[in-house]
Design a protein. Structure first.
Length: 106
């Protein structure tokens, strides 16, 4: 599954378009006293079935979005993956409590 998603991202990058990848991740986040969530790092499974850990350098923005009754928290974050700094959109599904990389922005 991950290999197909990477190909989609590579093809979209060639065309200058964004491509949702929807990679499920295990997220470590912290919540402050006011309820503000800040993602710290995540792990995901590669196409080789290895688990890779990625530390989030910075949370650039955060907001909530809703689409057809689905409530999600949206985070724009920067992280270094395979030696390359990437900006990505990470989403947290409020109802099923799952995290995913929604799309790579750079």
């Amino acid at each position: 599954m991950f290999l197909l998603e990477v190909k989609c991202v590579e093809e979209a990058a060639k065309l200058g378009e964004l491509c949702p990848v929807n990679i499920p991740v295990q997220m470590m986040a912290v919540t402050d006293r006011d309820g503000k969530v800040t993602p710290l790092w995540f792990r995901f499974e590669t196409e080789d079935h290895a688990v890779e850990k990625v530390v989030i350098e910075k949370t650039i923005s955060r907001d909530e979005c809703g689409y057809m009754g689905i409530r999600e928290k949206r985070f724009i974050c920067s992280a270094v993956i395979d030696g390359i700094r990437k900006i990505m959109e990470i989403r947290y599904h409020v109802d099923n409590q799952r995290w995913r990389i929604f799309q790579f922005l750079t």
